[in-house]
Design a binder for this molecule. Structure first.
Ligand SMILES: Cc1cc2nc3c(=O)[nH]c(=O)nc-3n(C[C@H](O)[C@H](O)[C@H](O)COP(=O)(O)OP(=O)(O)OC[C@H]3O[C@@H](n4cnc5c(N)ncnc54)[C@H](O)[C@@H]3O)c2cc1C
Length: 483
């Protein structure tokens, strides 16, 4: 019988570097049993969506390979996390259970239950930070309240620098190699490829720690300097595309922060402006989790309660056209098709597409949130719910409801040549830039030359934006009067 192991329970920290739970487990000089649990007991509608299940499968393969290179194996089990940990602790006579803290509203209770059970059974239990830069409890206003506004929140975060060095991968890991049952990931059927709707994901993404590191390095080397100027341009490689890697914890926010600060300290020309802005964007992720921590209903209930009475028009046909990318507004359709094909959408286009659903079609923001939950590879309870509420105007520090994105002007401003639309809406690709964002205004001859027949090869606009805007503002007046 081998020595009692420390169970290292991997959750949203699918990496070996900068992983405090792993480092501290190695420091005990006991063998380690790395474990991942597919927990089917996630409450409500928040079980993993299709795109994140695709990612998880790849990411677990990558983690298992990285652990195997160090001489161990990742133990996979399915079931309620507490029950599985109890069983594993019994089967291995575990000395301890170490894990990284999670920030879903239900995680705190689960983690407390695990700690209590460990205490009662003489097993050491330790929980470590790492998913966020700051503990959401620790960032408070002068009056001791949670923040509701991003700018002072971000200033408070900047004020608590310097940040620590990321932790290296421990080089002396010993693994517990006793014989216990392990699940085969194929049996979990996370993604069965029938139909193979995610066939393009693998061309775009390399899930796992190495893929995350490459993304960060490439972004810092090639794009961070121009980030402030270009980050709103979906037609350029101007943002990091780190969001799914951060969501699964294949890279920590500390590693991203540290690499950015390093590039700034290196004194490379023109890096500072863009890099500083990138740090601020990382703090939007922190702000989302700060809000979720203090307002755990954020995923389903409007932060501003008067929006509970908003007169939505819950139209399934409208929702379906938006989901398919068939609204007749090219920038919206390009975004929705990029999302379907790649599991990701550029932030500016997320804002435009979400605004269109909520304000032009008056579909409740929760339905858009649910679609993103299912289709985004970075679907994340903190960032997704806070962002949808932000666009809907019902969130903390949200854009005012009456600021309604005009999809044509947004397209012309942020995709000036139409390259992004041409890529994702190829039936419009021969339209000249002057009409690419408003094909219905193109003269008949221009449409004919471009091979576009509105209503046939590409839809006519499903609503008139001007009228839809008026209807949205009228709907908003109703809740303003009742507030
Ligand atoms: C309607 C809507 C839904 C969204 N849903 C999600 C989601 O489910 N998961 C998710 O990670 N992001 C979400 N976002 C935020 C943002 O769009 C993505 O984080 C960003 O597009 C990811 O691309 P990137 O990694 O290239 O970002 P970069 O611009 O390179 O930013 C770096 C990192 O900062 C964080 N970040 C940047 N912008 C934001 C933001 N506005 N809010 C929170 N974090 C941010 C992300 O972790 C991102 O990876 C949503 C935004 C909108 C408008």
């Amino acid at each position: 019988m081998s020595e009692s192991p420390v169970i290292v329970w991997f959750t949203h920290d699918l990496r070996l570097a900068d992983n405090a739970a792993l480092v501290k487990a190695v420091e005990t000089c006991r063998p380690i049993l790395p474990v991942y649990i597919l927990d089917d007991e996630t409450p409500g509608d928040w079980a993993m969506g299709g795109a994140t299940r695709w990612w998880l499968e790849q990411s677990l393969h990558a983690l298992d390979t990285a652990i195997a290179e160090k001489g161990g194996r990742l133990c996979l089990r399915r079931g309620g996390s507490l029950d599985v940990l109890k069983a594993l602790a019994g089967e291995t006579a575990a000395h301890a259970i170490y894990f990284s803290r999670n920030h879903a509203p239900w995680s705190g209770k689960l983690e407390q239950d695990i700690a209590s059970w460990c205490r009662e059974n003489g097993i050491e239990c330790k929980r470590f930070a790492g998913y966020l830069l700051h503990d959401p409890e620790n960032i408070r206003t002068g009056a001791g309240d949670p923040y509701k506004v991003y700018t002072p929140f971000s200033k408070a975060c900047f004020a608590t620098e310097p940040f620590r060095e990321p932790r290296a991968v421990p080089d002396n890991m010993q693994f517990w190699l006793g014989g216990i049952a392990k699940d085969d990931i194929a049996d979990w059927k996370l993604y069965d490829g029938k139909p193979d709707w995610a066939s393009q994901f693998a061309e775009r993404w390399t899930p796992g720690e190495a893929g995350a590191r490459d993304k960060l390095e490439r972004f810092i080397a090639e794009a961070v300097g121009d980030y402030k100027d270009d980050r709103d341009r979906p037609d350029l490689f101007a943002t990091s595309r780190l969001s799914p890697h951060l969501h699964f914890g294949e890279i920590s926010p500390h590693q991203c922060w540290h690499a950015t600060r390093h590039a700034m300290a290196d004194g490379r020309r023109n890096v500072d402006r863009g890099a500083e802005h990138f740090l601020k964007e990382l703090l939007w992720r922190e702000f989302s989790y700060h809000l979720l921590h203090h307002w755990p209903d954020l995923m389903s209930e409007p932060f501003r309660p008067e929006f509970a009475d908003f007169p939505w028009s819950d139209d399934d046909d409208a929702l379906n056209a938006w989901q398919r990318g068939d609204t007749g507004y090219p920038i919206v359709d390009a975004g929705m098709r990029e999302l379907w094909a790649t599991g990701w959408m550029h932030n500016r286009v997320r804002m435009i597409a979400a605004s269109f659903l909520i304000k032009d079609l008056l579909v409740p923001w929760q339905r858009g949130e649910a679609w993103f939950w299912d289709t985004l590879v970075d679907a994340d309870i903190g960032s997704n719910s806070a962002s949808w509420q932000w666009v809907a105007g019902c969130g903390a520090d949200a854009a005012p409801y009456f600021r309604i994105f005009n999809p044509v002007l947004q397209g012309e401003k942020f995709d000036p040549d139409g390259a992004y639309v041409r890529r994702w809406v190829p039936e419009l690709k021969r339209l000249p830039p002057a009409f690419i964002h408003k094909p219905w205004e193109a003269p008949a001859l221009v449409l004919k030359d471009a091979g576009v027949v509105l209503g046939k090869t590409y839809p006519k606009p499903m609503v008139d934006h001007g009228k839809a805007r008026d209807a949205a503002l009228a709907a908003y007046q109703k809740i303003r009067k009742s507030a």
